[in-house]
Design a protein around this ligand. Structure first.
Ligand SMILES: [Zn+2]
Ligand SMILES: [Zn+2]
Length: 294
C-alpha cells in the first residue's frame, strides 16, 4: 500500500463515492481520441466528448501542442484540463509554457504535482486526485490506477463516456494484474509498445545501465509484453489498440504491429477483429472513435 501523499498547492478533487456504470442503451456515448504525438521526445493526446476536451500529458512543446490542436480544429482555450500520467519530461515538459499562456486546470496526483512544483515557479491550477480513486471532468468519468514505472506516482487511466471506455496505459515496466483488469473494459486501448527486446539488447548506442532501466520492472513495456496484454483482453470489449511510445532505434511500426498481432494470434484471437494502429512522434494520429464498430 502506497503512503498517502498530500499536496497543499491545489484543490483536491472530490472523488466519486462509488463507481457507477453509466450504461445507457439509448446513447452509446461514443467519443474520440487523437494522439497528437507519442515517443521519447514528447507525449500528448486529445480526448473529445460532446462537452469536454481533455489533454492527456503535456510532453510536446506548447507551440507544437497548439499547432497540432489547430490541425484537429481545437482552440487551446477550449481545453478543459490536462491529465498527467507522471512527471517525466516527455509527459510534462511542455506544461510550464502552456500554463503561462492558458489557465488550464492540471489534473495530477499529489506526488506528481509536488515533483513538478519543485522544478518550476510557474503557477498552475492544480486539481489533485488520489491514485486509485475515480473522478469526473464534465461528462468524462475517469478511473485512475497505479502502474510500475520509475516516477513518483505513475498512473494509468480508463476514461468513460456513456457505455464507452478508453484505456490509457503508458510508461510501465510490466503490466500488473490491476492494470490489466482495469483496461479490460476498454473498447480502445492506447498502450505503449516501447521496444523490441532483441533490438534493445543488440543496441550499441545505449549503455548497459540504460538498457537495464528500460527492461526493468519500472521501465517500459516491450512489444512482447504489450502483445501479452492484448492477448489477455481477448473475449472483452477491445476492438482497437493504439501502440505508442515506440523507441526510435529499438523498434519500428512494422515490428511492433507484427509482434503484438502474433501474440493475439497465438492466444487464439482473430486479428481481423482487432485494429492495430501505431502512433508516431512527428505527426498526429487519425481521430479514433471510441466505441464505434470497426
Ligand atoms: Zn516515464
Ligand atoms: Zn515516457
Amino acid at each position: 500500500m502506497r503512503a498517502q501523499a498530500t499536496f497543499d498547492g491545489g484543490a483536491y478533487i472530490f472523488p466519486l463515492a462509488a463507481w457507477q456504470d453509466r450504461g445507457d442503451a439509448a446513447s452509446s456515448g461514443m467519443f474520440f481520441v487523437t494522439i497528437l504525438g507519442s515517443g521519447s521526445a514528447g507525449n500528448c493526446a486529445l480526448v473529445e466528448t460532446p462537452k469536454t476536451r481533455l489533454l492527456i500529458d503535456a510532453g510536446l512543446s506548447a507551440m507544437q501542442t497548439r499547432q497540432r490542436l489547430a490541425l484537429c480544429g481545437v482552440n487551446p482555450l477550449e481545453i478543459d484540463g490536462i491529465l498527467l500520467t507522471h512527471e517525466h519530461g516527455d509527459h510534462a515538459g511542455g506544461l510550464d509554457v502552456w500554463c503561462k499562456q492558458f489557465h488550464t486546470p492540471v489534473y495530477a496526483n499529489a506526488l506528481t504535482a509536488e515533483s513538478l512544483r519543485r522544478q518550476s515557479t510557474v503557477p498552475k491550477d492544480w486539481r489533485v486526485f488520489v491514485t486509485g480513486s475515480d473522478f469526473q471532468i464534465k461528462d468524462l468519468a475517469i478511473q485512475t490506477f497505479s502502474v510500475p514505472h520509475d516516477a513518483m506516482d505513475p498512473a494509468g487511466f480508463v476514461l468513460h463516456h456513456g457505455r464507452e471506455a478508453l484505456g490509457f496505459l503508458t510508461d510501465l515496466g510490466f503490466a500488473t494484474k490491476l492494470a490489466c483488469e482495469r483496461v479490460r473494459q476498454a473498447h480502445t486501448l492506447v498502450i505503449e509498445a516501447n521496444h523490441d527486446e532483441k533490438l534493445l539488447q543488440a543496441d550499441t548506442k545505449r549503455p548497459w545501465s540504460t538498457k537495464q532501466r528500460i527492461m526493468s520492472r519500472h521501465g517500459h513495456l516491450s512489444n512482447d509484453a504489450t502483445g501479452g496484454v492484448l492477448a489477455g483482453m481477448l473475449g472483452g470489449n477491445l476492438i482497437r489498440a493504439v501502440l505508442g511510445h515506440l523507441s526510435r532505434d529499438c523498434n519500428s511500426p512494422e515490428i511492433a504491429t507484427e509482434t503484438t498481432r502474433r501474440h493475439v494470434a497465438d492466444a487464439g484471437g482473430d486479428n481481423s477483429k482487432l485494429e492495430v494502429f501505431v502512433a508516431m512522434q512527428k505527426e498526429i494520429s487519425p481521430r479514433f472513435a471510441v466505441g464505434a464498430v470497426a
